[in-house]
Design a protein around this ligand. Structure first.
Ligand SMILES: Cc1cc2nc3c(=O)[nH]c(=O)nc-3n(C[C@H](O)[C@H](O)[C@H](O)COP(=O)(O)O)c2cc1C
Ligand code: SF4
Length: 461
């Protein structure tokens, strides 16, 4: 039987009923233990109030109450699409058992590494979120699908699962209830498309990782793992859950953007003075994240920001003149930005970066990672690489920009016209169209001068 965890730390909100919630200073909860030796160990987690949320949910709440709290918190999926977690859970619960939970820990896109650090630091926080989700949805078997190359993460999770099982936090009769849960950690085989939830489930079933046609959707019979109703959630989504149960929906909903609230782990890379992981409220200004003293502290050499990928390589580019955008799912989607937050991988490019060279590398990645099931994606990604190669080799033609726009438009037609089985085609097309739209002068220079504008800059430096 599971041990009773130590008492919860008190909720920060002691306001009288009916009064507006006081402005509480932001507190890091997802990365609070980062840098603390041994934070991945069960005892360390227990000393920090670990498993209090699971204990509370399983012993004093009904599954419906747990789902209501998560729904009221307005937690939205952190894997990219921003789908409300509570709605996903209740939809799955509404379909017949057996049901499964699958944690998406694939994280294979260049520029994303927040889940990796979170799992290395606090694997038990993820397990606790999984226990609460499984209890709420009526699930007794859950999987963590982790990127194959992340061997350290796999070993850390295996240790955490073993410790939790030994101490009764997993297995039979959790916290003295009749609720049973087993968790298995599964290593992927190293393909970006395995992060797409239906390809992930194919892979988990031992098949070739190619996205499925929908409907049926994963939450429905026939659409999920082994054909059963399945919740697929991102690591960070589930790590938010124990805090929501302990501190309450109102606490979570009051952090950051009203429609997309909560703490968010942003991982910043590229041309910044202090790349790394930063936990901040959803809706932080991009300019603050790049230049703020507590964050990335600006661009080396004081150079200007030319462009930003706000949702790692797959997101349409934001120009240096658009840095006052709020980093939340809806704000970055809205005009004039029309991009996506993805999993919060922010890549900053200074004014020494040529957008044609950047796009060539990005499209090479997507061409390599396309699973080949849909014609627009399989052919389009390679067409874009061929044309970009021609331009960077000094053989570009004026009409190549129309051709690139045409190919990209036939793959996607933003926002997400669903011309393909999954969004990888949109991920390849969006950055292409935004680069031509916002940085056309780089393409024109390459075609006109048969040279890279960046090399001209270097020559004059
Ligand atoms: C090509 C591709 C790769 C993806 N990679 C990931 C990933 O590594 N991690 C992730 O959580 N979601 C990824 N997604 C999104 C998932 O399909 C899914 O929406 C997500 O896991 C749902 O979890 P959430 O609701 O908690 O965000 C990817 C989607 C596509 C199209
Ligand atoms: S869009 Fe690309 S990666 Fe996705 S299913 Fe189609 S071919 Fe495969």
């Amino acid at each position: 039987m599971a041990q009773t965890p130590p008492p919860a730390s008190p909720a920060p909100d002691g306001a009288p009923q009916g009064a507006p919630p006081p402005a509480v200073p932001f507190e890091r909860v997802l990365t609070a233990a980062m840098g603390q030796p041994g934070s991945h160990e069960l005892d360390h987690y227990l000393r920090r109030g670990g498993y209090v949320g699971a204990h509370k949910a399983l012993t004093s709440m009904t599954p419906e109450e747990v789902i209501k709290v998560v729904t009221d918190s307005k937690l939205r999926g952190r894997g990219g699409a921003g789908f409300p977690a509570g709605i996903k859970w209740s939809g799955t619960r509404g379909n017949p058992a057996p049901r499964y939970l699958v944690v998406n820990a694939d994280e294979s896109e260049p520029g994303t590494y927040g889940n990796r650090y979170a799992m290395d630091t606090d694997p038990h926080m993820l397990l606790e979120g999984m226990i609460i989700c499984s209890f709420a949805v009526g699930i007794n078997l859950a999987y963590i699908y982790i990127r194959g190359e992340n061997l350290h993460g796999y070993e850390t999770l295996e240790l955490a699962v073993r410790q939790a099982r030994e101490r009764g936090y997993l297995g039979r009769g959790l916290f003295g209830t009749d609720f049973n849960l087993e968790i298995y950690v599964h290593r992927g085989a190293g393909a970006y498309v395995c992060g797409e939830e239906t390809a992930l489930m194919e892979s988990l079933e031992g098949k070739r990782a190619q996205p499925r046609t929908r409907p049926p959707h994963p939450f429905q019979v026939g659409g999920g793992l082994f054909g059963r109703p399945t919740v697929v959630n991102n690591v960070e989504t589930l790590m938010c859950v124990p805090h929501i149960i302990v501190r309450g929906a109102e606490w979570f909903a009051a952090i950051g953007s009203p429609n997309c609230p909560g703490p968010k782990v942003y991982c910043v890379s590229g041309n910044v003075n202090r790349p790394g992981i930063y936990e901040a409220p959803m809706g932080l200004l991009l300019s603050e994240l790049i230049f703020g003293d507590e964050y990335a502290q600006g661009v080396p050499g004081g150079r200007a920001v030319k462009a930003v990928s706000p949702g790692a390589l797959a997101s349409p580019l934001i120009s240096g003149g658009e840095l006052e955008v709020k980093l939340d799912v809806d704000a970055v989607r809205a005009p004039p930005y029309r991009t996506q937050l993805g999993a919060g991988g922010i890549i900053v490019y200074d004014d020494s970066v040529c957008m044609v060279e950047l796009l060539l590398r990005a499209e090479q990645f997507f061409a390599h990672e396309s699973c080949g099931k849909c014609v627009p994606c399989r052919e389009g990604t390679h067409w874009m690489v061929d044309v970009l190669r021609r331009i960077t080799a000094g053989r570009g033609r004026e009409k190549d920009l129309d051709l690139l726009n045409n190919v990209a438009g036939n793959m996607s037609g933003l926002p997400f016209h669903q011309r393909t089985l999954c969004a990888l085609a949109d991920f390849a097309a969006g950055p292409m169209m935004s680069a031509i739209g916002k940085f056309r002068e780089d393409f024109d220079y390459h075609i006109r001068e048969q040279a890279c504008p960046q090399q001209r800059q270097l020559a004059h430096a």
